[in-house]
Design a protein around this ligand. Structure first.
Ligand code: PEP
Length: 244
């Protein structure tokens, strides 16, 4: 049997304490989803949303466990608050905070140290795709963003073309398939046949209720990383249902 798909919601910098109600609405409508579900709210909300039946994740972490790093949050802190996973190297962090592959790799090592699943994001810009460099760029990000000692059991890779995030545009299904096949081949090369084949690959970028089922049916797509649509209980629920 193929592994269950994973649908992960990335709330980004959205959500106040009252957002617990949205999660409750989603849970009431989907008490036993046929896929794994993860919600990554702002770090301020993790402890308050923990223990209510939906797995939670952070959106970033610092490489170190503690120390003089004002404003940062460690993987251990996320774990302590109730997180099971953390998104790393999202294109908004790579762009807004200048995060390099090496920094993302250090953060992935921190996630493993704290017992969190690392959801490592990769994806090309529009100009890189137009220049025919999408695979070269994504392959380089993948190689550079995983720590040398990476344990495949604690890894999820999210392919998120930068130009598809929040734009309503998506690659064609053939392009999605091509990139996921490429990533799968790279993971098998690196980790070996079985461990490399078991790592879940998520597609992210303008997944909506209307396109989720066809995207999730593409070979090697193991689920989705959902931004905007994860903020609405009904849309998130429809995407979760499409992954079942
Ligand atoms: C994201 O930011 O991870 C994302 C996929 O956003 P959206 O679904 O809004 O395109």
């Amino acid at each position: 049997m193929p592994p269950r798909k994973l649908v992960a919601g990335n709330w980004k910098m959205n959500g106040l304490a009252a957002s617990a109600e949205m999660l409750e609405t989603f849970r009431r409508a989907h008490p036993a989803p046929a896929c794994d579900v993860l919600v990554c709210p702002p770090a301020t909300l993790i402890a308050g949303l923990a223990g209510r039946g939906t797995a939670l994740g952070g959106q970033d972490c610092h490489p170190e466990a503690s120390g003089a790093h004002t404003g940062d949050i460690s993987a251990e802190m996320l774990r302590d608050a109730g997180a099971e996973a953390v998104i790393l190297g999202h294109s908004e962090r790579r762009t807004d905070h200048g995060e390099t592959d090496a920094l993302v790799a250090a953060k992935a090592a921190a996630a493993a140290r704290a017992g969190l699943t690392a959801i490592v994001c990769v994806g090309e810009t529009e100009s890189q795709r137009d220049a025919g460099r999408a695979m070269e760029v994504v392959g380089g990000q993948l190689a550079g963003s995983l720590p040398p000692e990476a344990d495949p059991a604690g890894l999820v890779i999210a392919y998120e073309p930068v130009w598809a995030i929040g734009t309503g545009r998506t690659p064609s299904l053939a392009e999605i398939g091509e990139m996921h096949d490429f990533l799968r081949a790279r993971l098998i090369e690196r980790f070996g046949a079985e461990p490399g084949a078991a790592i879940r690959l998520l597609y992210g970028g303008s997944v909506k209720p209307g396109n989720a089922a066809e995207i999730f049916a593409v070979g090697n797509v193991g689920g989705g990383l959902i931004g905007g649509a994860s903020l609405k209980a009904e849309d998130f629920g429809a995407i979760v249902a499409a992954a079942g």
